[in-house]
Design a protein around this ligand. Structure first.
Ligand code: 5GP
Ligand code: ZN
Length: 105
């Protein structure tokens, strides 16, 4: 848990955020400012600042499996995934997360 990290606090339950899905590796919740009709975030439970800091292949695999499970759970069969890495690329929260974006179908 990193101090002053908003996603660490969400993972920790500090804000009472509803989790769409939770497993040993990640939590999934709605983006607060959705850019598509369905916009959810897959967030590892451990603090990793960005993809550049990730060296755990097993965690990466678990996160992608969680993407698939979460998409299914919210009823998406078609969706985009996005990882912003670095400020210039639009990363705002420096705790790794995978966006899942789609239209309800
Ligand atoms: P980034 O630009 O870092 O890839 O994406 C950060 C995302 O986190 C943005 O889409 C933003 O709307 C979302 N976000 C930022 N703060 C919060 C928050 O406190 N709660 C939730 N649910 N989403 C957040
Ligand atoms: Zn964090």
């Amino acid at each position: 848990m990193e101090e002053n990290c908003i996603f660490c606090k969400i993972v920790n339950g500090d804000f009472g955020t509803d989790f769409i899905l939770e497993n040993d590796y990640a939590v999934v919740f709605n983006d607060i400012n959705p850019k598509t009709p369905v916009h959810i975030l897959v967030v590892p439970k451990t603090h990793v600042a960005s993809l550049n800091e990730l060296d755990d292949k097993n965690l990466l695999g678990e996160l992608m499996m969680t993407v698939k499970q979460a998409a299914k759970k919210v009823g998406l069969s078609s969706y985009k995934t996005l990882i912003n890495t670095g400020k210039e690329a639009g990363q705002e929260v420096f705790h790794l997360h995978i966006h899942i974006m789609g239209d309800k179908n």
